[in-house]
Design a protein around this ligand. Structure first.
Ligand code: IMP
Ligand code: MG
Length: 202
C-alpha cells in the first residue's frame, strides 16, 4: 500500500522508499470538554484578564511546563494587554499510593527577574494544589508587583492545599483528564479536546 502524500505519486518522491508505515492507532478517549467549549472559555478568560489588567503596562505570563503550553499559547494570542511569556518547569515526586505526600521540585526557572512585575501564573490543572502552592510560595519571594493564577482546570474534590485561584476555566470531577496539553505518561497531550481517560486506557 502506498501512503497518500498530497497527491504525489511514488515516482515523484525521489529516493524515499514507498512502503506502508505501521503506526499504532491509539483509540480516542471519551470527550469531556469540546474544542468549541474550550475556545469559548479561553475567549472569556482573555476578556476578563484584559479588563483586570487594563491599567498595567506589561503582564508577565508564566506557563507551567509542560501541561500549560497549549492553553497558554491560545490564551496569550487572545490577550490585548501587552505581555511577555515566560516558562517554569516543575515535577512532582513521591508516591500517590504511599503515606508520604508528594513533593514538588523545580526543574527549570524563569529566565528573567520578575521583581516589580505583574505576574500571571498559567497552569493546566489544579489537582491537590501542591504544585500551585509551591509556585506561589516560590514566586512571591521574588517580590512581583502582583501575583495571580489562572488554571484551565480545577478538581476541587482533590484539592488539599489552600491556594488562591484568580481565574479558572472549568471545574471537573475527580477523574484523570488528557488532551489540550494534559497527558498520561506523555500520551494524548495533543488531543484538541479534553477527554476523561478511563482506567482501562492507562
Ligand atoms: P497538583 O496535585 O495540583 O500539584 O497537580 C500536579 C500536576 O499533576 C498537575 O500540574 C498536572 O501536571 C498533573 N495532573 C493532575 N491531575 C491531572 C489529570 O487529570 N491529567 C493530567 N495531569 C494531571
Ligand atoms: Mg501542570
Amino acid at each position: 500500500m502506498c501512503l497518500d502524500m498530497g497527491g504525489m505519486s511514488c515516482s515523484k518522491i525521489g529516493s524515499r522508499r514507498c512502503e506502508a508505515v505501521a503506526s499504532p492507532v491509539m483509540a480516542a478517549p471519551p470527550q469531556l470538554i469540546s474544542e468549541t467549549e474550550i475556545r469559548a472559555r479561553v475567549d472569556q478568560l482573555a476578556t476578563q484578564i484584559d479588563e483586570d489588567y487594563a491599567d498595567v503596562d506589561l503582564l508577565v505570563l508564566i506557563g507551567v511546563l509542560k501541561g500549560s503550553f497549549i492553553f497558554l499559547s491560545d490564551l496569550a494570542r487572545k490577550l490585548s494587554v501587552p505581555h511577555r511569556v515566560e516558562f517554569i518547569a516543575v515535577e512532582s515526586y513521591g508516591d500517590r499510593q504511599s503515606e508520604q505526600p508528594e513533593s514538588v521540585r523545580l526543574l527549570m526557572d524563569v529566565r528573567h527577574d520578575i521583581g516589580g512585575e505583574h505576574v500571571l501564573l498559567v497552569e493546566d490543572i489544579v489537582d491537590t494544589g501542591r504544585t500551585l502552592a509551591y509556585l506561589q510560595r516560590l514566586l512571591v519571594t521574588r517580590r512581583p508587583a502582583s501575583l495571580k493564577t489562572c488554571t484551565l482546570l480545577h478538581k476541587p474534590d482533590r484539592t488539599e492545599e489552600s491556594v488562591t485561584l484568580d481565574y479558572w476555566g472549568f471545574t471537573i470531577p475527580d477523574v484523570w483528564v488528557v488532551g489540550y496539553g494534559l497527558d498520561y505518561a506523555e500520551r494524548y497531550r495533543t488531543l484538541p479536546y479534553i477527554a476523561e481517560l478511563p482506567p482501562e486506557m492507562r
